[in-house]
Ligand binder design. Structure first.
Ligand code: 73E
Length: 833
């Protein structure tokens, strides 16, 4: 049973809006009804979990009606729809977001208050849906919100992982990975759809047959079948526009899967074999911006693409029967990076082998259907699959890939560069070598109508540096769609104080048209509004300080400057640059404890891929340095360093509204876009960052003078890289040398000398691949600018307000409209209630 909260929420997410009493009463009755009849308990006995489940059941009543309306409208209009294929959807929690989008949050809050409950506490019961690694997966989730809000006909397709991204624990300063069984007790948002189950063939061999007319054809004899079971998660658009569907596939064994074992009378063995098929959707690969290269990963990719395409074809055939002439006009497919590339040969195969189309007809359709988004230039993330894995798992697909490649090289490439084998080997889908490989990105570029990057600078680099030959062949294929984030989750739901301020100055429609927030600029010089803005920030910082205390035991002062770097741990994101700076600040404080510096709290959150040793070492180093600094009385609490364990969407929602400084410090040219940079800026943090990814576009909007830009530019990095010697910087800068050497001592790791040395080794002996030392001095100087401005409360408030006010173009609604207009040629459909 839940004890009634003595005093209901005083959290920063409280609003003062008046709420319709009748609606509150109705909501209360519904929750109580569900508590008794759906959950099987009563208000006196119910646990927090039961209350949460009853709230979800109540919300679902609203959602399912709208879902049916949406689907009927789209079926009736038979309009073009987009199908967003993504191996990751990082949805986070849904309750507060769904209530917000249905405009029921205040009603629900008041209803729960009447039961003596705090809505925020009840919603803490919901596990995050962590079916993604980081930015790429969260982008897909923001896009679903915008697709629904902007009323575009769409389906998101992905994998129903049994275990999402690992839960991170920090033990003795080190990352420990634990499984994330997010639906151990069921997920009340999802609905299983047994009527749409698919059977997917795998393995076996291809037999060549000669048709009566003498032509050759291929017949695939798969060795096993896997069942794909769809789970639907409704995605509610803001203000009850349409409800979109996210369909996630779970793998199960079929009887055919273990047919032979079964026939041999091996009932028990057959049960054991089941696990093989069920392994496919068991776990999300925990690599961000790196490729796993494992057979199981390709099987996962193929499995969800094959299920999704059958689902798409089934729906298409419902209205068009076996006439495929309209297919490309009705169906757009977006490939979220190369992870779903196998959908390309699978669609070819379905059209040729199952539907009886000719190769040319199938290619005509396929090449008009697909589009590809590139998210990274990092070579280790560009997927290449050994040919032998294809031979084993997908022999017919390999044959089709060879055919696509042959026609491409002997068609357009030969026409443009006759007899040029060097270009051919660069452009070929097949990489020759000891182990021949299939280059998935090449297959995507060759097939897709449009190829886009995710920020202006990134799209330019995709075209000019990653695919220069393709760009010569097809200059118009390449375009840019700068990423965006949904203001419903990233302002309205997570920062109610700021949302109210925008309601007051911009009217209530700003969540649908974020450009409206620009009016706040007019108030940026007015003391009254500066005070209000900074009071909101302060309240958020008080709330975060409480969370920090609960999670780490560290006490932080909400008046200090909150400097935040939260993102996956990767060398190119340079958390170690941040750490070196903190060490230098600490060193200078030890040298002069009375110096007048701004009190600062450095906040980190980051998961490292389990096999990425250096990344894990950096996490350990942050914790070790933090431990020392936080307990050093000599510095009088002027500096604190906290590492918040298990960074995830729900934690981001608490951290981002409370940040003063947003650390976006990747080596220029390496962060394709970034999306947390946009969320921070919207919530009034100032960016301390490099001219990389979307940072460039952020300062274009908010003004370079209202942020702290430092470091080498993309061009400078490209110029320096070939002749870079980190020792030059190390030897020339006393302070830098001192902190790098400090890593070698046992100062931060008493009794464990050398525990932090791997970082020094990477910076000096391994060439400092991400130019940390080259940017150190400039980074330090940017921090000094930030401290200086922070001392001037009015100027800081003004800059923070301008940042927040000018982020209109980073609404994911704008991104989705760009895709709809320039890539999908999609029209929005008003759904009638
Ligand atoms: O810059 C981010 C970008 O904002 C980029 O690193 C990230 O995608 C975000 C959204 O566009 C990204 N993730 C991956 N590649 N780029 C990736 C690669 C392999 C596995 C999982 C994720």
């Amino acid at each position: 049973p839940v004890k009634a909260a003595a005093k209901t929420s005083t959290s920063a997410t409280q609003t003062t809006a008046t709420v319709d009493k009748a609606q509150v009463k109705a909501f209360k009755e519904q929750v109580e009804k569900h508590l008794r009849t759906t959950i099987g308990t009563s208000p006196v006995k119910a646990s927090k979990l039961a209350w949460w489940q009853a709230v979800v059941a109540t919300v679902n009543e609203d959602i399912f009606g709208r879902l049916t309306d949406t689907q009927q409208t789209h079926a009736k209009n038979d309009t073009r729809a987009v199908h967003y294929l993504s191996a990751e959807f990082l949805m986070g929690r849904l309750t507060i977001n769904n209530l917000t989008n249905l405009e029921k949050f205040d009603v629900a809050r008041e209803a729960l208050k009447e039961f003596g409950l705090d809505i925020n506490e009840i919603c803490e019961e919901e596990p995050d849906m962590a079916l993604g690694n980081g930015g790429l997966g969260r982008l897909a989730a923001c896009f679903m919100d915008s697709l629904a809000t902007c009323n575009y006909p769409c389906v998101g397709y992905g994998i129903h992982y049994e275990n999402g991204l690992f839960r991170q624990e920090i033990r003795a300063g080190k990352q420990v990975e634990r499984p994330d069984s997010w639906r151990e007790y069921g997920c009340p948002w999802e609905a299983c759809r047994p009527e749409s189950v698919q059977n997917i063939p795998l393995g076996g061999y291809v037999e060549k047959q000669t048709a009566p007319d003498g032509s050759q054809c291929s017949v695939w004899h798969p060795s096993s079948m896997i069942k794909g079971v769809p789970w639907d998660i409704p995605v509610v658009g803001y203000r009850g526009s349409s409800v979109a569907i996210l369909r996630l596939w779970e793998s199960r064994s079929t009887e055919q899967f273990n047919w032979d074992v079964f026939n041999a009378g091996g009932y028990v063995d057959a049960q054991a074999e089941k696990s093989l098929a069920e392994t496919i959707s068991k776990v999300l690969y925990p690599n961000d911006s790196t490729e796993a290269g494992k057979e199981l990963r390709l099987t996962q990719q193929y499995f969800f693409c094959a299920c999704s395409l059958r689902d798409i074809l089934r729906r298409y055939k419902r209205s068009h029967h076996n006439d495929f002439s309209e297919f490309a006009a009705k169906i757009a497919i977006q490939l979220n990076d190369t992870h779903p590339t196998i959908a390309i040969p699978e669609l070819m195969r379905l059209l040729i082998d199952e539907e009886g189309l000719s190769y040319d007809q199938a290619w005509d359709i396929t090449s008009k259907t697909f589009n590809y988004t590139n998210h990274t230039l990092l070579p280790e993330a560009l997927e290449k699959w050994p040919v032998y894995i294809f031979e084993k798992l997908l022999p017919r697909h390999l044959e089709l890939i060879y055919e696509i490649n042959f026609r491409f090289l002997n068609g357009p490439v030969e026409a443009k560069w006759p007899g040029n084998n060097e270009i051919k080997s660069r452009l070929s889908i097949i990489e020759e070598g000891e182990v021949r490989k299939v280059r998935m990105a090449n297959l995507c570029v060759i097939t897709s109508e449009h190829v886009n990057g995710v920020a202006k600078i990134h799209s330019k680099l995709v075209k000019e540096n990653l695919f220069p030959d393709y760009a010569q062949l097809w200059p118009n294929k390449f375009c840019n769609v700068t990423n965006g984030v949904t203001p419903r989750r990233w302002i309205l739901s997570c920062n109610r104080g700021l949302a109210e301020l925008y309601n007051d100055v911009a009217g209530k429609d700003w969540p649908l048209d974020l450009d409206k927030c620009e009016v706040l600029k007019k108030y940026a010089d007015k003391k009254e509004y500066q005070d209000r803005f900074m009071k909101i920030k302060h309240d958020n910082k008080v709330a975060l300080a409480k969370t920090i205390k609960e999670l780490t035991g560290v006490e932080v002062d909400p008046n200090a400057m909150f400097d935040v770097q939260v993102k996956r741990l990767h060398e190119y994101k340079r958390q170690h640059l941040n750490l070196l700076y903190i060490m230098s600040l600490y060193k200078s404080l030890l040298e002069d404890p009375d110096q007048d510096i701004v009190p600062q709290v450095f906040i980190f959150g980051a998961k490292a891929a389990p096999a990425y040793t250096l990344a894990k070492d950096i996490i350990f180093a942050i914790n070790a340095v933090g431990e020392k600094i936080n307990n050093d009385l000599r510095i009088k609490g002027k500096l604190k360093v906290v590492f918040l364990p298990n960074y995830r969407v729900s934690l981001a929602e608490k951290i981002i509204p409370a940040a003063d400084i947003s650390e976006q410090i990747s080596t220029a040219g390496y962060e394709a876009s970034g999306t947390s940079n946009m969320k921070f800026s919207m919530n009034g943090a100032l960016t301390l960052g490099t001219m990389d990814g979307a940072n460039i576009e952020i300062v274009e909007q908010a003004g370079i003078e209202n942020n702290f830009i430092f470091g080498l530019s993309v061009d400078e990095v490209l110029e320096l890289k070939p002749r870079y010697n980190p020792w030059d910087y190390y030897n020339a800068d006393h302070d830098l040398k001192a902190v790098v050497d400090w890593l070698d001592s046992d100062f931060f790791t008493p009794g464990q000398p050398g525990a932090l040395s791997s970082i020094k080794t990477s910076l000096l002996n391994n060439g400092d691949p991400f130019l940390v030392l080259a940017d150190f001095a400039s980074y330090k100087e940017a921090h000094q600018r930030a401290q200086k401005l922070f001392k001037d409360k009015a100027k800081w408030a003004r800059a923070a307000m301008i940042n927040s006010a000018t982020m209109g173009i980073f609404s994911s609604d704008r991104s989705i409209r760009d895709y709809a207009e320039n890539i999908w040629t999609l029209r929005s459909q008003i759904v009638k209630k």
